[in-house]
Design a protein. Structure first.
Length: 119
């Protein structure tokens, strides 16, 4: 059974920091690309950052320069360090694991963790 469990969300003041964790089980973690997405109320889910299976990273929009995605394959865990948080970062943050083998895409999601940034 595949599980992705996010943790580390909470309430923080603008300018503060949070570190999200996503612990994976039931998958060959090191072979998966790991992504962080977020969904604010009334908005679509959007990509925040990705770290692929070889450790290359990619950031979208306002995450650049403020957020850092990393992974620890020994712990089957990926992290999202978020600094200089803004009220517009308020959202539910989701962890995603994806791997494509031939024509088959393995795609798993966590349950999400709430991040609230107060002004």
């Amino acid at each position: 059974q595949v599980q992705l469990v996010e943790s580390g969300g909470g309430l923080v003041q603008a300018g503060g920091s949070l570190r999200l964790s996503c612990a994976a089980s039931g998958i060959a973690f090191r072979t998966y690309d790991m992504g962080w997405y977020r969904q604010a109320p009334g908005k679509q889910r959007e990509l925040v950052a990705v770290i692929n299976s070889v450790g290359s990273t990619y950031y979208v929009g306002s995450a650049k320069g403020r957020f850092t995605v990393s992974r620890d394959n020994a712990k089957n865990t990926t992290y999202l360090q978020m600094n200089s948080l803004k009220p517009e970062d308020t959202a539910v943050y989701y962890c995603n694991a994806v791997r494509t083998v031939l024509a088959y895409k393995y795609d798993y999601w966590g349950q999400g963790t709430q991040v609230t940034v107060s002004s």
